[in-house]
Each structure stands twice: as C-alpha cells, then as structure tokens.
Design a protein around this ligand. Structure first.
Ligand SMILES: CC(C)(COP(=O)(O)OP(=O)(O)OC[C@H]1O[C@@H](n2cnc3c(N)ncnc32)[C@H](O)[C@@H]1OP(=O)(O)O)[C@@H](O)C(=O)NCCC(=O)NCCS
Length: 241
C-alpha cells in the first residue's frame, strides 16, 4: 500500500490520500475509520478503547521537542513485539542532520519516521508505529512524505538497516525496498556463552556482549546459531527514489 501526500496545511500538517480512502471504506472487522471533510485532517477511531489518542484525528507533521515523552513511549511500545524489544531509550538522542516526522493522535505520537541525510543518500534511522495503530497506512504515509522531502533535496537513494522481523520485512518489501546486504547481530549471554565468545581481561568477568558478525557464509552462520541463542540477521534495505 502506498499513500500519496496531497496537501501540506498552513499549520505544517500534511495529509495522505490513500488514508482518506481507507477512512471512508473501513475493512470489515478492522478499525472504524471516518473521513474528515477538512482539507488537512483525517479522523481515525481506533478499535482498541485504551489506545492513545482514541477518537482523535491522526495527523502528520514534523517532530517537535514537546513530543519527546510520547515519542519515546511510541518507540518502546512499537518495538516490544520485535527483535528490538530491549532497545529502550530513556531520552531521545540528539538526531543526526535529517528529517523527523510523526503521526499524532490528539497529543500522542502514534507513528515515527526518522531519517538521517548524507550527501547522496539518506538512511531511515527509525520507523515505528504504535501497536494499536498498525496496518492503517501510517508508516506508508510518513514514508511517502519523507520521500517527497528527500527528492526535493536531490537525494536519490534511501536505505534502512533492520533485523529479520517478518512484519517489518514485509512492510519494506511492500514499500519498494530490496535487500542489498545482510550480516549478523549476535547477543552473547551467560557465563558459558561468554566463555565461548571472548577471553576475560584482568579482573573482569564478562557476562553479556553484543557482536557483529560480517559473514555471508551459511556454514559460519549455522555455527553461530548453534553456539549462541540470540542471533539476528540485519538487512540493509535499499530503494532508489
Ligand atoms: C513495520 C511497521 C513500521 C509498519 O507500519 P504500518 O503503519 O502498520 O504499515 P502500513 O499500514 O503502512 O503497511 C503498508 C503495507 O506493508 C505491509 N505490511 C505492513 N505490516 C505488515 C505485517 N505485519 N505483515 C505483513 N505485511 C505487512 C502490507 O503490505 C501493508 O499493506 P496492507 O495493510 O494494505 O496489507 C510497523 O509494523 C512497526 O512499527 N513495526 C515495528 C517497528 C520496527 O520493527 N521498525 C523497524 C526498525 S526501525
């Protein structure tokens, strides 16, 4: 599903056309979506009564400093059912030069899309949607706006590094990205695994560690997966703009 950004209002919010059509044609059993007649807003009523911002209208704009707490909550909740479940930030790090977009429902951030910029390309640092707001096109709408802004700056390539979570892979593939490279993230936990992975230095007993294994050899990968319980493939997804 690809959304198209159709307007940026004077207040800095922008709107996605395909979200409007979803809003007018809710899927049976899915969230109840109701289109708003105003030009730059969209009414969405989430299916889960406890969802943040229930009944409010998810809208799209740039991140602002007062969003920080809500942004962190959205990020951690969105990562909970993924291999990034323990990648928790108590504060939002100062971003690299780039673009930071959010979808907000009321005062709550419900989707995030951050990208950092280099001379000829950009990298998605974070894309995450609050679990109660998934499959309603929010990530697609934020990506469309990100791509529009990158193209306006003459950037021709967008990439992202992410692990092997099936839903995330499916979203990147549905969004026009292809896998360009792959390596392994190896988490080493417990005395036995650590003894297998590293040698202790004076006075230090290693208890856990995180390693990159830059291998394309299936035999090496199989051996690492046999020796260590938590191994993730990390993929570089690439899309020409
Ligand atoms: C990946 C993620 C951002 C997608 O957000 P989303 O707003 O739910 O995605 P969209 O509604 O834009 O999905 C667009 C299309 O992508 C595909 N897609 C998205 N999520 C999918 C899933 N879980 N399973 C299969 N396909 C999926 C579908 O083709 C979908 O279209 P459809 O709903 O019409 O079938 C969201 O699931 C998420 O936050 N995941 C956890 C965070 C994460 O791992 N981020 C990457 C590391 S930074």
């Amino acid at each position: 599903m690809t959304s198209r950004i159709i307007a940026t209002g004077p207040d800095g919010y922008f709107v996605a056309r395909d979200l409007e059509s979803r809003a007018r044609s809710p899927e049976p059993g899915g969230p109840s979506l109701t289109g708003d007649t105003r030009p730059n807003t969209l009414q969405i009523t989430a299916a889960t009564p406890s969802a943040p911002g229930v009944g409010a209208a998810p809208r799209f704009r740039e991140y602002a400093d007062p969003d920080e707490r809500s942004w962190l909550r959205c990020r951690v909740l969105g990562f909970l059912d993924t291999t990034y479940f323990d990648d928790v930030w108590p504060t939002r790090p100062a971003p690299a030069p780039g673009l930071s977009l959010v979808a907000v429902s009321g005062d709550d951030v419900v989707a995030i899309c951050d990208a950092s910029l280099a001379e000829h390309g950009a990298t998605i640092d974070t894309v995450v949607v609050h679990p109660d707001h998934r499959r309603t096109g929010l990530a697609g709408a934020l990506l469309d706006e990100l791509v529009r802004r990158l193209k306006a700056r003459g950037i021709t390539r967008l990439d992202a590094w992410t692990r092997d979570d099936p839903g995330t892979r499916a979203w990147y593939e549905a969004s026009g990205f292809e896998v360009g490279y792959r390596y392994l993230h190896v988490y080493v936990t417990g005395v036995d695994e650590m003894a297998d992975a590293v040698q202790a230095q004076v006075g230090l007993e290693p208890r856990s560690g995180f390693f990159h294994a830059d291998t394309q050899d299936p035999g090496v990968e199989a051996d690492l997966r046999r020796r260590f319980r938590r191994v993730h493939a990390c993929h570089r997804f690439v899309r020409d703009l």
